[in-house]
Design a protein around this ligand. Structure first.
Ligand SMILES: [Zn+2]
Length: 79
């Protein structure tokens, strides 16, 4: 009788489920509790770091958007 490849490598069984990262799509192991806490927005550590960086500059980005809107409104008023 031929021995086939041992099964179990892909069988996740009772371990934490795997979710695709919302940022880059990488499959990561997270608990269902974590999944619920982040409301399905599961992020890998790389994307979490990137998010932390983008959060710190959110005010600057908003300011940039507001400035751009101001320019557009100003142009519309002129035209
Ligand atoms: Zn990611």
């Amino acid at each position: 009788m031929l021995q086939t490849e041992p099964q179990g490598a892909l069988d996740h069984g009772a371990m934490s489920p795997i979710f695709p990262c919302r940022g880059c799509g990488t499959f990561i192991e997270r608990s269902t509790q974590h999944y619920r806490r982040v409301k399905g927005q599961v992020l890998c550590s790389t994307c979490l770091d990137a998010q932390a960086v983008s959060k710190s500059t959110l005010a600057q980005r908003l300011l940039g958007i507001l400035t751009r809107l101001n320019l557009l409104v100003g142009r519309a008023a002129e035209g």
